[in-house]
Design a protein around this ligand. Structure first.
Ligand SMILES: Cc1cc2nc3c(=O)[nH]c(=O)nc-3n(C[C@H](O)[C@H](O)[C@H](O)COP(=O)(O)OP(=O)(O)OC[C@H]3O[C@@H](n4cnc5c(N)ncnc54)[C@H](O)[C@@H]3O)c2cc1C
Length: 467
């Protein structure tokens, strides 16, 4: 859609203020600036025309109805920690930030679900349900800052997806506001429900391009036992890759299976002084939350698999506090990376058996482009985050980076994988969607977008390029 003209923007904002006098609306340039980007600092989006901070669904519906009437684009936003440009502002658009819709509405112990507003921080939701002996599984590494709405927008993954699945697997019900401002309820509290088309899986992960989520009903579990943690160091990437397959082949089902390469190990160790083996080429962190002695048995089996794959050392964390430090260090790996230079986190995924080939390809790309690429990630899901590190004053940095990401995406697709396993297409990877999905799937996606958002006002240009 073409951006609305300045007079249209002015009329829209005036009507919005008149219709919703209690709505917090930020229009100062300095405020708008802080909502311009998400964590993709390399993108250059425009300023939003204003930022709305609704507190209830009825306000969201009224905003969308007026936006549709004036053809003003809407960008839904959680905490802005996204790594694909999904929450980046669009030209002439209103950003709607959900941070004030931050109430956990109900914890239903009998049905094992929690009903929540979208602006709740993931860690706060976990804490609220943990106080009742319950567990909300999805845990992106950013869980202390990102929101449930953003997690639903991106279908976020995280450290324990390898056992508990991604965000989508925990959603049983949604309340959404559609592109014409209608409020629609999808699903409910039922774990099994196959009535009609699966609209929840369609909306979750659509990055605010098909509907706006105003409430979610999420699946809970009883709190699992405390995790036991094993770390293993390897002399080569290949050995670590083979250990991952060997752990699966040995029948171990960890709740976390994370990978770090040498550059990441050193950066994390520099930042947190954990005494990691700085000469190792790779490290795996394997956790089990099985009850009783079963976790220890699982980790012993995993340690044997690592030894057979060539591990130089395997260590079981001495106590839960040591395990917590290790997990926290892994969660902070991206920030450790940022100390090395300008870091751009990528997010490719391949079938698990092809992880060794992906690791070898990443090494080759780094050598060819003369770049440092530090890789860590959720290797148990075949999902790696190669972090391309640029010197702060490298004049060819941008060109090298573009060549490296192009080679990386093409390699992931050639290995039968994906250009994004959990961060989303957003703006950053849009040019590669058709290469991965093909024209047939693209036509279906465009038809869905047109059917659900005929005016194209919902987060235009994200996921799909505008026609
Ligand atoms: C250090 C770090 C570690 C990270 N680790 C992980 C990880 O392990 N796994 C992972 O998956 N991601 C990870 N991320 C990426 C990011 O945290 C996730 O994508 C997260 O889900 C974004 O949540 P947010 O609240 O910041 O959403 P935002 O960035 O604000 O928005 C994300 C997307 O959701 C849409 N959206 C937001 N709210 C709504 C709504 N109410 N209705 C519809 N659409 C909406 C937005 O338009 C946007 O497209 C990490 C990021 C950082 C910086």
């Amino acid at each position: 859609m073409t951006a609305p003209t300045v007079p249209v923007q002015t009329a829209f904002l005036a009507e919005l203020r008149a219709a919703l006098p209690d709505l917090r609306l930020l229009a100062d340039e300095i405020d708008r600036e802080s909502y311009r980007r998400d964590e993709t600092a390399y993108l250059e989006p425009p300023l939003p025309i204003a930022v709305a901070l609704p507190t209830q669904t009825a306000e969201v519906a009224a905003i969308i109805r007026l936006a549709a009437a004036h053809r003003v684009p809407i960008v839904p936003r959680g905490a802005g920690t996204g790594l694909s440009g999904g929450a980046a502002a669009v030209a002439g658009g209103l950003t709607v930030a959900f941070t004030r819709m931050s109430r956990v509405l109900e914890i239903d112990r009998e049905s094992l679900v929690v009903v929540t507003q979208p602006g709740v921080i993931n860690a706060d939701l976990k804490k609220a349900v943990a106080a009742q002996g319950l567990f909300y599984a999805p845990d992106p590494a950013s869980y202390e800052t990102c929101t449930i709405g953003g997690n639903l927008g991106t279908n976020a993954g995280g450290l324990c997806c390898v056992k508990y699945g991604v965000t989508r697997d925990s959603v049983v019900g949604l309340e959404v506001v559609t592109a014409d401002g209608s409020i629609v309820r999808l699903g409910g509290r039922t774990v099994k429900d196959v009535a009609g088309y699966g609209l929840i899986p369609l909306i979750v992960g659509s990055q605010g391009t098909l509907a706006i989520v105003t409430e979610a009903t999420l699946r809970l579990r009883p709190t699992p036992p405390p995790t036991a943690t094993l770390i293993a160091f390897f002399p080569s990437l290949d050995a670590a890759g083979h250990a991952v397959s060997a752990i699966a082949a040995a029948g171990v089902e960890p709740c976390t299976l994370e990978f770090m390469d040498r550059t990441t190990i050193r950066a994390v160790d520099d930042a947190h002084n954990l005494g990691l083996d700085r000469d190792a080429a790779a490290m795996l962190m394997i956790e089990s939350d099985l009850p009783g002695g079963a976790a220890t048995t699982a980790l012993e089996t995993a340690a044997t698999a690592c030894d057979e794959a060539g591990a130089t050392a395997t260590l079981i964390a001495a106590d839960p506090q040591e395990a917590d430090w290790l997990r926290q260090a892994r969660r902070m790996a991206f920030h450790a990376m940022e100390r090395l230079g300008v870091a751009r986190m990528e997010d490719v995924g391949v079938p698990r058996g092809r992880v060794p080939e992906l690791l070898a390809t990443i090494e080759r790309i780094a050598a060819e482009q003369g770049l440092v690429i530090a890789t860590f990630g959720h290797v148990g899901d075949g999902n790696l985050h190669p972090n391309i590190i640029l010197g702060r004053d490298d004049p060819d940095g941008e060109a090298k980076l573009n060549r490296a990401t192009d080679a990386l995406y093409r390699a992931a697709i050639a290995l039968g994988g994906t250009v994004t396993a959990e961060h989303g297409i957003g703006l950053a990877r849009r040019d590669y969607l058709e290469l991965q999905r093909g024209p047939g799937a693209m036509a279906m996606m465009r038809a869905i977008k047109t059917a659900l958002d005929p005016l194209g006002i919902l987060n235009p240009g994200k996921v799909l390029a505008e026609a």
